[in-house]
Design a protein around this ligand. Sequence first.
Ligand code: BTN
Length: 254
Amino acid sequence: AENLLASAIGRSLEFFDRIDSTNTYALDNLQDLAHGSVILTDHQYRGKGRLGRSWHADLGKSVALSIVLKPYIDSQQAVLLTQLTAAALVKALEPDWPASIKWPNDVVIGGRKVAGILVESQFSGSELTGIVIGTGINTNLSRDELPEELKSKATSLAIEKNRVIDPNPIITSFLSWFDKFYTAWDESMDASPFISLCREKSGLIGKEIAVHHDQTSKSARVIDISEEGELVIRYRDTNETDRLNSLNFSVRGQ
Ligand code: BTN
């Protein structure tokens, strides 16, 4: 947490006892929020997940947090920001929770999801006015509180350790790692510090996946994560390599 006060990320932090969605709030108030502002709650009642899903956080059970970025970058780099966020989460959980990254936006422990990331951008015409990076971390959910259909797919920090978790040091560490990765990347445009961590912690490299295009599906092997944050794959039939930047694939044998 060394430099947190001096840096832009987290310099302004708004905590809500309860709020519909930290991402929605950040997007609705983007004009008034400075670069690096953080919106935080442990009670989010209309949270958004990816693909139109919902992501709620019942009081005290999860952390919901959004970071506002007003950078001079284009939204093509959203996938890179997702990787940066995932890497910062993995760092914040180390060494107590050895987590890995299920590309592009899930942080998992023992194959079960513990945190998710939702990056949203706002435009005024064709000009990017801001990016909101939302992160939800399952902190104190117990196994009984997980919905039946999620019991085999999700976990929480408390479940993994069998004790109540204080979320504050994790939030502080996450913001400080985010700041470290972001500042270094912003200065040098070199993504390798967090991309190499994503490679190292990737649960997908070496695995067989099915890539879906329209109605067809092709078999491929994951060979790398690129410096742009994409999944680099090799198709089995043609031996050609390709890069994926969205979720049009499924993992085989899982
Ligand atoms: C996913 O895995 O589907 C992404 C989940 C993202 C949830 C976070 S919680 C903070 C922020 N506010 C929201 O409404 N969603 C994101």
